[in-house]
Design a protein around this ligand. Structure first.
Ligand code: SAM
Length: 279
C-alpha cells in the first residue's frame, strides 16, 4: 500500500484513511470495491508477485511441495488477492491456486491477467534459478467476502477438504482492527491440518495505534495466531513475550519467522515472513 514517511501523513495516505474512517465495519468491503471501480488500485498494487513468497516456495520444498505424497495437487489460497499476481505465481509452481476478492472489478482484472500470464509467464514469477513452469496447476478467482462462507461449496468437495497453503499479504493490514479476531478464526477454518499459513507481515514500521489502512501490524500476527489474543490489547509489549510458551493459547504455532532477503522495496528491510501451522 502507499508508503508513509516517518512523522507525516502524505496526501495519498490521508485520502485512503479518510475513505475508510467514515464507514462502518459492514461497509468496509464496499469501500474497497469503490476504490477498484474508481481506478484507485494503484494505491496498493505492487505490479508483480512477492519475491519473498517465491523464494520460500522454491527453497523450502519440504514445506511447499505442490503435490502430496500420493500425488494429489495441493490447493493454495490468497484472500484479498487483488490483481492475482501471487495466485498465478503459485499455479505456475504447481498448486491449484484460488484467489478471492470482494471486488468484481478486481476479480475480472485478475482473471484477464491470469489468462495471459499462465501462457506467457514472465520471469518475475521465478526466483534466482530463473526457472519455468514444469507442471503448472490451475487458477480460480472468486468474487466473495472472505468473512462469509457462501463461496466455500464452490471450492471444497467435503468437510475435510481445506486449503494446504494460505498466503496473506496486505489483507490483514487492510482490515479494521475489530475484524482481526474474525480473520484469525477464518484462517483456522480454511487451513487444513498439516497446511501452512504464510504471512508477509507488513507494515511493521508503522505505529499500530495510528489509523489505517494500512494498519501497522508489528506483533499482531503472533498475538492473533499463537497467543490467541485479539491483535489489539497486547500489541507493543515487545518481542520477548513471543518466546513465553505459557502464553500460547492460539490455534497455530509459528514455525518460521525470517526477514526475507528479497522482498518488495517498500518493506524497507522491515517486513517479516512468518509461517504458521495448525496445532
Ligand atoms: C490492500 S489490497 C491488497 C491486494 C493484494 N493482496 C495485493 O498485494 O495487491 C486489499 C484487497 O483486499 C480486498 N478485500 C478487502 N476486504 C475484503 C473482504 N472482506 N473479502 C475479500 N476481499 C477483500 C480488497 O478489494 C483489495 O483488493
Amino acid at each position: 500500500m502507499a508508503e508513509e514517511p516517518a512523522g507525516s501523513a502524505p496526501p495519498v495516505q490521508s485520502r485512503i484513511i479518510k475513505h475508510f474512517q467514515s464507514r462502518s465495519i459492514e461497509d468496509q468491503g464496499s469501500g474497497w470495491s469503490d476504490l477498484w471501480d474508481t481506478g484507485n488500485s494503484d494505491l496498493w498494487d505492487r505490479g508483480a508477485p512477492s519475491p519473498a513468497l517465491i523464494d520460500a516456495i522454491e527453497q523450502r520444498q519440504d514445506l511447499f511441495n505442490p503435490l502430496t505424497s500420493d500425488g494429489r495437487r495441493k490447493k493454495a489460497f490468497v484472500p484479498g488477492c487483488g490483481k492475482g499476481y501471487d495466485v498465478v505465481m503459485l499455479a505456475l509452481h504447481g498448486f491449484d491456486a484460488y484467489g478471492l476478492d470482494i471486488s468484481a472489478t478486481g476479480v475480472s482484472i485478475a482473471e484477464e491477467y491470469a489468462s495471459n500470464e499462465m501462457i506467457h509467464a514472465q520471469t518475475y514469477n521465478f526466483g534466482e534459478n530463473e526457472g519455468s513452469a514444469q507442471n503448472p496447476g490451475k487458477t480460480y478467482f472468486i468474487e466473495a467476502d472472505f468473512f462469509k462462507r457462501d463461496w466455500e461449496s464452490k471450492v471444497f468437495r467435503s468437510q475435510d477438504d481445506k486449503f494446504d497453503l494460505i498466503y496473506d499479504y496486505t489483507f490483514l493490514c487492510a482490515l479494521p482492527p475489530a475484524l482481526r479476531t474474525r480473520w484469525a478464526e477464518r484462517m483456522s477454518e480454511l487451513l487444513g491440518s498439516g497446511g501452512q499459513l504464510v504471512c508477509l507481515e507488513f507494515p511493521l514500521y508503522k505505529d499500530p495505534a495510528l489509523p489505517g489502512p494500512p494498519w501497522g501490524l508489528k506483533g499482531v500476527h503472533w498475538d492473533l495466531l499463537s497467543r490467541g489474543g485479539n491483535g489489539i490489547d497486547h500489541i507493543g509489549e515487545g518481542d520477548a513475550i513471543e518466546d513465553e510458551p505459557t502464553l500460547q493459547n492460539g490455534k497455530f504455532i509459528r514455525t518460521i519467522y525470517v526477514n526475507p532477503p528479497r522482498s518488495y522495496p517498500n518493506g524497507r528491510g522491515t517486513d517479516m515472513l512468518s509461517v504458521y501451522s495448525r496445532k
